[in-house]
Design a protein around this ligand. Structure first.
Ligand code: PRP
Length: 183
């Protein structure tokens, strides 16, 4: 889905498909260098991370494995609480694995903070995070993100995997949702 298909629902395009593509290539080069000679397991967090995962995995010029988790944060409305429930767990044993968690966005940081600790407790050799977007103004806890794409304002963003009420995930760019859509 392109901008012309949903122009009326957005106030602006924050990041274009090309900008996202270039950033993912840049992150992939860093990851290749850092993980040279090591087996890497990409762990995608459903559902938002599907686009980043698909593009990052294909950009990486190295053997890798992919697995998925689905988690749900208990909380009211759109606010996460830090209490996380696993809806779909990994199929992979993490013992001695080099895990790279792949996320679309870090908002409060509560989900990733919990997830990292959870995966570390399973005997992984290393656990690092790659997140395409981060909202510094929304942070409630500090999360050490080794591979960060873009730092963005605290706005309601959709596209490239990010949804509002499950819609807009297939928008190619990342845009700011117009208030009339969610008000
Ligand atoms: C989003 C995103 C992260 C989480 C970040 O997922 O993919 O997992 O929220 O928020 P936090 O930093 O405040 O914890 P969401 O719960 O919207 O589910 P989805 O990926 O299925 O859209």
């Amino acid at each position: 889905m392109d901008y012309s298909d949903i122009a009326g629902d957005l106030t602006e395009v924050l990041l274009t498909e090309q900008q996202i593509h270039d950033k993912i290539e840049e992150l992939a080069r860093r990851i290749e260098t850092d993980y040279a000679g090591r087996n890497i397991l990409l762990v995608g967090v459903l559902k938002g991370a599907v686009m980043v995962m698909a593009d990052l995995a294909r950009a990486l010029k190295m053997p890798l494995e992919m697995d998925w988790m689905a988690v749900s944060s208990y909380g009211s409305g759109t606010q996460s609480s830090g209490v996380v429930r696993i809806l779909k767990d990994l199929d992979t044993d993490l013992h001695d694995r080099n895990v790279l968690i792949v996320e679309d966005i870090i908002d409060s940081g509560l989900t990733l903070s919990w997830l990292r600790a959870n995966l570390e407790s399973r005997g992984a050799e290393s656990v690092e995070i790659c997140a395409l977007l981060r909202k510094p103004e929304a942070a409630k806890v500090h999360v050490d993100v080794k591979y960060e794409g873009f730092s963005i304002p605290n706005a309601f963003v959709v596209g490239y995997g990010l949804d509002f009420a499950e819609k807009y995930r297939n928008f190619r760019d990342i845009g700011v949702l117009a208030p009339h859509v969610y008000a």
